[in-house]
Write a protein that binds this ligand. Structure first.
Ligand code: ACO
Length: 445
């Protein structure tokens, strides 16, 4: 079947947030560290009424309802998440309760986990299924969701929460280009070995180096696989990145420019294209992850391209935070929300997915030239800016109290949530209770 890709997409983020500027003051760090240094404006978070199940139930229900897709029309459902509240039972099986009234239980796929990469693995699986001999003609549904929380300290402002659902099928407004490049490696940069805690064990500096080196590997491989000399970031009209925090994305975009400069076969041409990088020409690329002078020169010479190609993709990342598995796809949604159909038709979108540990891939999406298809996709995303605006701001002290209470009650059974249902928007799924056997029940607001 032709033009397999993303037919529809829906995002859910919690209805409350904390201002990063207030958090700076509350945490006693210097003014500007989170807002300018990390590039984050607001951080979304869940109270005890929401967990990974409820986030995913909400987003799947909304996607299907909004796009008038019947539950019987889904033949595969994949979930990418690193928010593990059960070591055996998948989030996918929890989502099956939505399908029960339709009688559709013939749905392949379970959960995929590797830090922030699970959503991408799920997406690849879904596309592969539709292009395989096993496809039965129905849609695939990809869900990526996480609750990203860190302990008090330098990583805390890089949290977030949310879920994305993508409907995959033929004749799509956004399809997949042929080339994919992957880099996977065994590292301990960010991992969750303590099963009694929701928090990761993280070495911030190593995680940044791992992220940037994975980007280098994927980009070089991607360019080689394109089998054309001198592929450069100019070949992409837009570029979305997994966003742990927005400043790292700007540095990553600049890193593509550094790669172009070092990989370009015509050295004279690359010197004249990137004069600011000439002083660094003799450096070993692998030793430059924390070279501030090179970084600043690259940020400077890629600034205009960054603002045109990537900045529009950072709206949700800066207003909600790192949602982990949905982060990259929140970038795609932001880009679609901030561009009109005319500026998207026929365009190529670079995508870089990174999950610590580590698994990373680069691929590219192709926006259809069919205005009707693209316009209907964009129309379904039109409510996102107002939903972001309508959220409730909670003081930093209350955010901290809520996170502490969640930490203290983590994995407790029985458990009765206490947050008011008034904190939730209409149609949101919420946790009713965890019974003594750890079974969770949900209601819908
Ligand atoms: N005004 C403006 N900028 C400031 C200020 C200020 N007052 N104070 C600090 N900054 C800048 C710093 O110069 C630094 O900028 P730079 O990165 O360009 O050097 C930036 O703000 C951050 O400050 P640091 O001191 O480097 O921050 P810290 O080390 O305390 O924490 C970190 C940052 C490591 C990212 C931490 O938040 C973390 O561990 N996060 C989780 C891990 C993570 O997200 N890793 C990324 C990939 S892995 C993944 O996706 C989970």
């Amino acid at each position: 079947c032709g033009d397999v890709g993303i037919l529809a997409i829906e995002i859910y983020f919690p209805n409350q947030y904390v201002e990063q500027s207030e958090l700076e003051e509350h945490d006693g760090v210097t003014k500007g560290k989170y807002t300018i240094g990390l590039g984050q404006q607001k951080m979304g978070f869940c109270n005890d009424r929401e967990d990974i199940h409820s986030l995913c139930l909400t987003v799947v229900q909304r996607l299907l309802e909004k796009n008038k897709i019947g539950y019987g029309e889904i033949g595969r459902l994949e979930v990418g998440t690193e928010t593990i509240i059960d070591k055996s039972k998948s989030v996918k099986t929890v989502l099956m309760q939505l399908f029960k009234p339709s009688g559709n239980t013939d749905i392949e796929g379970v959960d995929t986990t590797n830090a922030c990469y699970g959503g991408t693995a799920a997406l690849f699986n879904a596309v592969n299924w539709i292009q395989s001999q096993f496809w039965d003609g129905r849609y695939a549904l990809v869900v990526a969701g996480d609750v990203a929380v860190y302990p008090p300290g330098p990583a805390r402002p890089t949290g977030g929460a949310g879920a994305i659902a993508m409907l995959i099928g033929p004749n799509a407004p956004i399809t997949f280009n042929r080339v994919r490049a992957t880099h996977m490696e065994h590292v301990y940069d960010f991992y969750k070995p303590d099963l009694s805690s929701e928090f990761p064990t993280v070495d911030g500096k190593i995680s940044i180096e791992c992220y940037l080196s994975a980007l280098d590997c994927c980009y070089e491989r991607y360019c080689k696989k394109e089998n054309r000399p001198d592929v450069s970031f100019d070949d992409f009209d837009y570029f979305c990145f997994h966003s742990p925090y927005c400043k790292l994305v700007q540095k990553s975009f600049a890193r593509l420019c550094v790669n172009d400069y070092f990989l370009y076969s015509d050295k004279e041409q690359s010197d004249s294209k990137y004069p600011d990088l000439v002083p660094f020409k003799n450096l070993n690329l692998k030793e430059t992850y924390f070279n501030r002078e090179l970084e600043q020169a690259a940020v400077k010479c890629s600034k205009t391209s960054f603002e045109a190609k990537t900045l529009p993709s950072l709206m949700i990342a800066s207003m909600v935070g790192n949602m982990y598995t949905p982060s990259l796809y929140g970038g795609l949604v932001s880009l679609l929300v901030n561009k009109n159909a005319e500026s998207l038709l026929g365009k190529r979108i670079g995508m870089f997915s990174y999950g610590s540990g580590l698994a990373s891939s680069m691929f590219s999406l192709q926006v259809s030239k069919d205005a009707g298809r693209v316009e209907s996709l964009l129309a379904s995303l039109g409510d996102i800016p107002s939903r972001l605006e309508a959220r409730t701001a909670l003081p930093a002290a209350e955010f901290t109290t809520i996170l502490k209470a969640k930490e203290d009650s983590y994995n407790k059974a029985p458990y009765q949530p206490t947050a008011s249902l008034d904190t939730l928007t209409s149609g949101t799924y919420y946790l009713i209770e965890v019974d003594p056997q750890y079974r969770r029940t949900y209601g819908r607001r």
